[in-house]
Design a protein around this ligand. Structure first.
Ligand SMILES: Nc1ncnc2c1ncn2[C@@H]1O[C@H](COP(=O)(O)OP(=O)(O)O)[C@@H](O)[C@H]1O
Ligand SMILES: [Mg+2]
Length: 316
């Protein structure tokens, strides 16, 4: 199936750099590993690679390795012969065979059980594998693109991922930047998502005050583009045709703005950075009902960073 409509929105240099690299990689038919946080557009990029490759008229098969049920994982991936195990009433070709001639997208590759990693490596090196219960190998020509939101190299160091497979998958690495590192893309994403949701549901699109837009542009978007897309969907449905102000924004997004304002007024009162940090942490904890993970998210830092600062301010 040829998908001509894949469009990766964003004009930031960080995103444009990845898209340019992807353009070079697409036609090279090499194994590619896409890294990046959840919601940054890894699957979208994989589909773009496929659509720009010579394989674009063949299938794109996506498999989420985190959703593979362990006892059936091998058969799901490599297929099985009739009677290979109890309940295997028919032969099944498996996901790799389904991608023959096309592209196989292995999402969350870091979750692939160790037991299957060797078998996948063998397929990548020889183009062949043994279905469960089969007596001869099957040959398949598929390009493998994998994605991970983990630091796969750290997984290798920790012994949870095979080093040889890591190098084999990582022939060409592509890194999707988190949205908070390209906040200049927020406005164009917002405009285009809002427009397409409004058109799709035949609603008048909402618009945003400058202050609301500024708030969206200073939020840290922990769920990345997926979070922004869902936000646009919700706003289009709930506030179709309205002018959205800061008051209409969800609490977690508004939080950024309030923290900033209170921060500035604290400075006006002549308080130092340390006191300001302590006060922001107090407010974040209060608003999160003492939940530290939530408070850390509201502050745009990791939980570890928050724990460290709690200790520093003797708040813990
Ligand atoms: N730059 C972008 N332009 C348009 N849509 C995007 C962009 N990045 C992500 N999306 C959309 O956001 C959602 C999450 O993207 P996805 O590729 O599934 O992320 P990941 O695989 O990294 O979790 C999808 O609906 C995708 O189409
Ligand atoms: Mg994904």
């Amino acid at each position: 199936m040829k998908d001509m409509n894949i469009k990766i929105i964003g004009e930031s240099p960080a995103l444009q750099g990845v898209i340019r690299a992807a353009g070079l990689v697409a036609s090279a038919d090499v194994t590619t590993l896409i890294c990046g946080e959840s919601g940054t557009g890894k699957e979208l990029l994989a589909r773009l690679l496929h659509s720009k490759s010579q394989r674009s008229t063949n299938t794109f098969v996506a498999l989420n390795c985190a959703a593979l049920p362990e006892p059936l994982a091998e058969a799901t991936l490599f297929g099985h012969r009739k009677g290979a195990y109890t309940g295997a009433a028919d032969s099944q070709p498996g996901v790799i065979k389904a991608a023959d001639g096309g592209t196989l997208f292995l999402d969350e590759i870091g979750e692939l059980p160790l037991s299957l990693q060797a078998k996948l490596l063998r397929f990548l090196e020889t183009g062949e594998f043994m279905p469960v219960g089969a007596s001869s190998a099957v040959k398949v020509n598929a390009r493998v693109i994998s994605a991970t939101n983990r630091d796969l190299y750290a997984e290798v160091q920790a012994g949870r991922f095979r080093q040889d497979l890591f190098y084999r998958l990582n022939v060409v690495p592509l890194q999707m930047p988190p949205l908070r590192q390209r906040l200049e893309d927020v406005e164009i994403l917002l405009t285009q998502f809002t427009h397409s949701f409004a058109t799709e549901s035949r609603l008048a699109p909402p618009s945003y005050t400058k202050e609301a837009l500024d708030t969206l542009r200073s939020y840290n978007w922990p769920g990345n583009v997926r979070e922004l897309k869902n936000f646009c969907h919700r706003m289009t449905i709930l506030l179709s045709g309205c002018l959205i102000t800061v008051d209409n924004l969800p609490a977690e997004i508004k939080g950024t703005r309030h923290a900033m304002r209170e921060g500035f007024s604290l400075l006006d009162m002549g308080l130092g950075l340390n006191e300001m940090e302590e006060e922001l942490i107090r407010q974040a904890l209060l608003r999160a009902d003492g939940n530290r993970s939530k408070a850390a998210r509201a502050l745009g830092v990791s939980r570890d960073t928050l724990l460290y600062r709690l200790k520093k301010h003797q708040l813990g």
